[in-house]
Design a protein around this ligand. Structure first.
Ligand SMILES: [Zn+2]
Length: 111
């Protein structure tokens, strides 16, 4: 493992780029268009895995990245990995009462 920093994930619309996700390898940033996935959490997981793989190895061919992400995403999905909406819960946190900040698991089809 390298000593590089964390990969930062940013969510924004990528309509102009016509992409579900983008990877900025030098900056170790991935950008993901959540709305383009239309609530398909498995596809979103696939996109995130895909972009992370590009950063992990920028020399991998696109076809290899597609294949690896397509293997990885369903495994993570099928054992239950989903997002929790950290920002939505943490911005409403009461610092005096951290127990109120317990994140809840987002309903899978609630979006
Ligand atoms: Zn790609």
């Amino acid at each position: 493992m390298s000593e590089k920093g964390k990969i930062e994930v940013r969510f924004r619309k990528l309509g102009r780029e016509k992409a579900f996700g983008l990877a900025w390898c030098d900056q170790r940033v991935i950008e993901v268009d959540e709305s383009a996935h239309k609530g398909d959490e498995m596809k979103l997981l696939d996109t995130i895995c895909h972009e992370v793989l590009h950063i992990a190895n920028p020399r991998l061919a696109e076809s290899t990245v597609l294949k690896l992400a397509a293997e990885l995403a369903p495994v993570l999905y099928n054992i239950g990995y989903r997002r929790i909406h950290i920002n939505e819960t943490t911005t409403k946190d009461d610092p005096e009462n951290p127990t109120k900040a317990e994140p809840s698991i987002a309903p899978e089809a609630g979006r």
